[in-house]
Design a protein around this ligand. Structure first.
Ligand code: SER
Ligand code: ZN
Length: 885
C-alpha cells in the first residue's frame, strides 16, 4: 500500500548502481500455504564508481526475513535496517556474498505481481518491480546477473518445474516431492526472471536457426487446452524465421518455452527463454477463438519472441526507457503482422486504435512523453503512449532513414549494446551513426508529450505552374509542459490529377522529378513546400500510410474526399478519406441532434459506400474497414465537448439509414460470403479473415432493418457455422436486435455450451456488456453474479466491467451518474485485490474534462470518493490524484 512508493521518481535523479550482482542462486521450496526462497547473491562494488563502500540497500516488499548472512556470517537485527520496502546493510569488502531466506505467500497473492498461484499452478510476473516481492534484491534493470534456479514442489500436483535457461539437474525428494535446477547462461535483470510449477501438458516442436542450430520449442498449457496450441506454435516458428530474415536476429538458447496462465495482468511477458502468457494470447482454434483472437495470438507470440533481442539481449537502463524495448518491439511485431497478413488492413487497425485511445491519453491528465521524466508507480506507465506511440516514433525513424539504413542502424545497436542496459538516446545514436542522419531535433518525440496538430493549406499558381503546400504545426500543452518546440514530422504525400493519377513530384530547386509519392520533413512551426510543373490544380493526398502520429487538417470538401476514396493510390489514405467523409457527415448529424432538428443523412455517404460494395475487385477486408463508421470513442476524442447522447444517436441514425439504403448490395455480399464460409473449413489466413469480416459487418448492418430474412440468416449462421468468428458475430447481432426471444435463447445456449471455457465466456460477457440497449448497467450487475464471473481474474474484469465502461458509452455515461458510481465501486474493491487492474479500469473516469459540466461534476465526485476511500495503492493514488489536479 501507499507508503514510500507514492513518492515521485525522476529520470534526472538516475544514478548507476553502487553494487553489482554477478551471480544469483535461487532456491524455491513451494508449499500450499507458503513458499521459502533462499537467495545467494555474489556481489561486488560497481567498479565504475569510487573504491569506498557505501551502505547496500536491497529492495524487498511483503517478505518475511528468516535468515541473513554476509560472507557466511549470520547477521542479527543490529547489523541491518529493515523497512517495508528496503533492507540496508554495510558491506565490509568490495566483493562479498549475501545469503538470505524469506517466506512469501504466493497462495494469497491477488495482485498477480511477483510469485503467485493461478488455477492451481505457481507462476511469476516480475516486470516491472515484482521481483522485490520474491526476495531481497537490487530490483532495477541495469543490474544484470547470471541466474541459477532450483525449485522443489510436491510431485503429483506440480509435475512440471520450469525456470529460465537450460535444465541442468533434477531429482526426487522424500515425501513425494521433486526438484529441478535451471541455469540461464545469459546475464539478465531480475524483471526477466520466471518460474513455473504446475500440472501442465506441452506441445513440442523444433526450429532450426540460420546457423543450423536446433531449438526445442514447447508450449505448456493446462491439459484441457492442449488442442488449442497449434496456432501459437505456428506463429512462433514464423516469428523466429521473420526475425532472422528481416533483422538478422537468431535465437540463442537451446530451448524456448511459452506457458499459458489464466490469471495475468497484461498480455504476456518475455522472460528469458520462458515466456509467460495470458491464456487469451496463446489459445486459439476455430471453434473457440475469433479471427481477431487468432491475429492477436500471432502478434503477441511474435512480440514476446522479438523481445529476446529488443529487450533481453539489449535491455533498458531504467524504467524511464521502457519504450526503448516496447516501442521498438511493437514496431517489429506490427511489421511482422503486416508481412503475414494484409499490410494496409493492419495499418488501418493500428491507426484507428492509436487515434481513438492513445490520442485520448495524450489529451488527458496522464499524458506523458514516450520517455517520461517522472513517475510514482511504474506499472501505470505501461501505456499506449509508451507502446503504440513509441512504435510510431520508430516507424518515423524507419521512414526518415529508409529500410536499408534503418537495418544498418539496428544491426549496429544490437552489436554495440549486446548484454547491456541502455537508453533511448543510445538507440537513436546507433541510428544516427549508421545512417549519417542527424536526429537531434527528431528526439523531441521522446521528450514532448501531446499529439501535434498539423494544419495544411494550399496555393496554386496556374501561370507559374506551381503548387505550394503550407504547413503549420503546433502541440497543445500537457501536464508539466506548457510550451512545445517544433517536431520533425515526416509527411508522405502525393498529388492527384483530375483523373486520379499521381503526378510526378518535383520540388522547387530540384533538377528533376523523383517519384509520385515522397516524404517531406516538416521541421519548422511554419513551412512551405512548392512543387513545380503542376499544370492543373491537383488534389493532395497527405500523410500517406499515416506517416506521423499527428492530427492533420486540410480543408477537403466531401466531393474531394469521395474522389480520394476511389482514386488514391495509397490504400491507407483511401480508407482515411472515407473516415474523414464519415466524420464530416456524422458531425453534421450531431449538430442537428443538438439543435433538436430532424436528422438528415448526406446521401453522398450512401453513394460512396454503395460504390465500394458493388466493386467486387476490391480487397474485402478493406471494404469491411471502410464500411465501419468511426466509433463513438473516436468521435468523443475529436469533440471539443463530447455530447454522449448526440454522438450515439447520430451514429446509430447513420447506420440505420445506410442499412436501409444499401440493403440489396449488403444482402448480396452477405449471402455470397456466407455461402463460401459454409462450404469452406475454417482457415486462419488473411483472405479468409477478409471474407468473414465483410460478411460480418454486412450482417450487423442488415439486422438493423429488422427484416425476417435477416433474422433467419443470423440464426442459420449462429447454428451452422464452424467457427467462433461467425458465431460470436451472430450472437452480438442478436444481442443488439429487437428479437428478444431469439436473443435470450442464443445467449442461454451459448453459455450452456461454452460454460467450461473461460476465454469464450469472456466473449459472452463482453458482447452483453457492450450492448447499448437501455438498462445496460442493470444487465452488467446481473452478470457480475454469474458463476463464471470473478473480480479476481483480470480477463473477466476487462471483459465485463472494462467493456461496459470503455465500449458502452451511452450506458456508462448515463446522465444520473450511475455508471460512474458503479465503476468507482469496482475500483475501490479492486484497489485492495489487484492495484494494477484497478488503476487501469479507472481510466474512463479520468477523462472527465471531455464532457459537459453536469457529467464533469459527477465524474469528479467519484474520483474524489475513490481518493477518500481509505488506503489507496500507489497505482490508484497516482492516477486519481493526477486526474484531479
Ligand atoms: N514486457 C511485457 C510486454 O509488453 C509487459 O506486458 O511484452
Ligand atoms: Zn513488450
Amino acid at each position: 500500500m501507499r507508503t514510500e512508493q507514492s513518492k515521485t521518481i525522476y529520470l534526472k535523479d538516475y544514478q548507476a548502481p553502487d553494487y553489482l550482482i554477478d551471480e544469483t542462486h535461487l532456491t524455491f521450496e513451494l508449499f500450499e500455504d507458503h513458499t521459502l526462497v533462499h537467495a545467494q547473491l555474489v556481489m561486488r562494488r560497481n567498479p565504475a564508481l569510487s573504491a569506498d563502500l557505501p551502505a547496500l540497500t536491497l529492495d524487498g516488499q511483503q517478505l518475511e526475513l528468516l535468515e541473513l548472512k554476509l560472507d557466511d556470517r549470520e547477521l542479527t537485527a543490529a547489523d541491518y535496517t529493515l523497512t517495508d520496502s528496503h533492507l540496508t546493510l554495510q558491506p565490509t569488502q568490495a566483493s562479498f556474498v549475501i545469503d538470505s531466506s524469506v517466506r512469501i505467500h504466493p497462495e494469497s497473492n491477488t495482485a498477480l505481481e511477483g510469485l503467485y498461484k493461478s488455477s492451481g499452478m505457481f507462476c511469476t510476473q516480475c516486470e516491472a518491480e515484482g521481483f522485490r516481492k520474491i526476495t531481497y534484491y537490487l530490483d532495477r534493470p541495469d543490474v544484470m546477473s547470471k541466474f541459477t534456479t532450483t525449485l522443489s514442489a510436491e510431485q503429483h500436483s506440480y509435475p512440471v518445474l520450469l525456470s529460465n535457461g537450460n535444465p541442468i539437474a533434477s531429482g526426487s525428494e522424500e515425501g513425494g516431492r521433486h526438484w529441478a535446477t535451471w541455469e540461464d547462461p545469459f546475464m539478465k535483470p531480475a524483471y526477466l526472471f520466471a518460474l513455473v510449477a504446475g500440472d501442465l501438458w506441452c506441445v513440442e516442436d523444433k526450429f532450426t536457426t540460420l546457423s543450423s542450430r536446433d531449438v526445442t520449442l514447447r508450449i505448456y498449457v493446462e491439459p484441457e487446452n492442449i488442442d488449442k496450441v497449434q496456432h501459437a506454435m505456428d506463429s512462433l516458428k514464423k516469428s523466429m524465421k521473420w526475425d532472422e530474415e528481416v533483422y538478422g536476429r537468431e535465437y540463442d538458447l537451446d530451448i524456448f518455452m511459452i506457458v499459458a496462465v489464466n490469471d495475468f495482468n497484461m498480455g504476456a511477458m518475455e522472460n528469458k527463454g520462458l515466456n509467460i502468457f495470458n491464456s487469451s494470447c496463446v489459445l486459439a482454434r476455430a471453434e473457440t477463438a475469433t479471427d481477431a483472437a487468432h491475429q492477436r495470438v500471432e502478434a503477441v507470440v511474435a512480440h514476446e519472441y522479438f523481445h529476446n533481442w529488443s529487450g533481453n539481449r539489449v535491455t533498458c537502463r531504467d524504467w524511464f526507457q521502457l519504450s526503448l524495448k516496447e516501442g521498438f518491439t511493437v514496431f517489429r511485431d506490427a511489421e511482422f503482422s503486416a508481412d503475414m497478413n494484409s499490410r494496409t488492413v493492419k495499418r488501418i487497425e493500428d491507426v484507428a486504435y492509436l487515434r481513438t485511445h492513445q490520442f485520448a491519453e495524450d489529451a488527458g491528465p496522464m499524458a506523458h512523453p514516450v520517455r517520461p521524466d517522472a513517475y510514482m508507480e511504474i506499472s501505470n506507465f505501461y501505456t499506449l503512449t509508451i507502446y503504440e506511440k513509441g512504435s510510431e516514433v520508430l516507424r518515423m525513424i524507419h521512414t526518415l532513414l529508409g529500410n536499408e539504413a534503418f537495418r544498418k542502424g539496428s544491426d549496429l545497436y544490437f552489436e554495440r549494446h549486446d548484454g547491456q542496459a541502455v537508453t533511448c538516446d543510445d538507440f537513436v545514436k546507433a541510428m544516427e551513426d549508421a545512417s549519417g542522419i542527424d536526429l537531434t531535433q527528431f528526439k523531441r518525440w521522446y521528450t514532448q508529450a501531446g499529439t501535434p496538430r498539423l494544419a495544411v493549406s494550399e496555393t496554386f499558381d496556374a501561370v507559374a505552374k506551381t503548387y505550394t503546400l503550407n504547413f503549420t504545426q503546433s502541440c497543445p500543452a500537457t501536464p508539466g509542459q506548457s510550451d512545445k518546440l517544433p517536431f520533425v514530422i515526416p509527411v508522405e504525400l502525393g498529388l492527384l490529377d483530375a483523373r486520379g493519377n499521381d503526378l510526378p513530384l518535383r520540388l522547387q530547386g530540384e533538377a528533376a522529378a523523383s517519384g509520385t509519392s515522397r516524404v517531406l520533413s516538416v521541421t519548422e512551426a511554419q513551412q512551405s513546400f512548392t512543387f513545380v510543373d503542376i499544370a492543373e490544380q491537383p488534389l493532395p493526398s497527405l500523410l500517406r500510410g499515416f506517416s506521423a502520429p499527428v492530427k492533420l487538417s486540410f480543408p477537403y470538401d466531401r466531393d474531394q474526399l469521395m474522389f480520394l476514396m476511389q482514386h488514391d493510390s495509397d490504400g491507407f489514405n483511401r480508407w482515411e478519406a472515407g473516415q474523414q467523409l464519415s466524420v464530416q457527415v456524422l458531425q453534421e448529424l450531431i449538430g442537428q441532434h443538438q439543435r433538436g432538428e430532424q436528422l438528415v443523412l448526406d446521401q453522398r455517404l450512401v453513394t460512396a459506400l454503395r460504390t465500394l460494395l458493388q466493386d467486387e475487385s476490391l480487397d474485402q477486408a478493406m471494404v469491411a474497414e471502410m464500411l465501419s463508421l468511426p466509433g463513438e470513442a473516436y468521435l468523443t476524442e475529436i469533440s471539443e465537448v463530447a455530447d454522449v447522447d448526440a454522438i450515439h444517436n447520430a451514429r446509430e441514425f447513420a447506420r440505420q439509414q445506410l442499412a436501409e439504403a444499401l440493403f440489396e448490395p449488403l444482402w448480396q455480399r452477405y449471402q455470397a460470403n456466407r455461402e463460401l464460409s459454409r462450404n469452406t473449413a475454417y482457415v486462419a489466413e488473411a483472405e479468409h479473415f477478409a471474407r468473414r469480416s465483410l460478411q460480418n459487418i454486412a450482417l450487423s448492418y442488415l439486422m438493423l432493418t429488422g427484416k425476417p430474412q435477416v433474422l433467419a440468416a443470423t440464426l442459420e449462421q449462429y447454428e451452422a457455422c464452424d467457427n467462433m468468428t461467425e458465431r460470436l458475430t451472430a450472437l452480438a447481432v442478436l444481442v443488439g436486435s429487437k428479437f428478444e426471444v431469439e436473443r435470450g435463447k442464443a445467449l442461454e445456449a451459448f453459455a450452456e455450451h461454452f460454460k467450461d471455457n473461460a476465454l469464450v465466456m469472456d466473449q459472452w460477457f463482453s458482447v452483453q456488456a457492450a450492448s447499448t440497449l437501455p438498462d445496460g448497467l442493470a444487465r452488467v450487475r446481473v452478470l457480475m453474479e454469474h458463476p463464471a464471473f470473478t473480480l479476481k481474474n483480470p480477463n473477466k474484469v476487462r471483459a465485463l466491467i472494462g467493456a461496459f465502461a470503455g465500449q458502452n458509452l451511452v450506458n456508462f455515461h448515463a446522465a444520473d451518474g450511475s455508471g460512474y458510481r458503479f465503476l468507482a465501486d469496482q475500483v475501490i474493491v479492486l484497489n485492495a485485490l489487484n492495484p494494477q487492474i484497478a488503476s487501469r479500469l479507472l481510466a474512463p473516469l479520468t477523462r472527465w474534462r471531455k464532457y459537459g459540466s453536469e457529467r464533469q461534476a459527477l465524474m469528479k465526485a467519484e474520483l474524489e470518493r475513490i481518493l477518500a476511500s481509505g488506503e489507496l495503492s500507489a497505482d490508484v493514488y497516482e492516477v486519481v490524484s493526477k486526474s484531479l489536479a
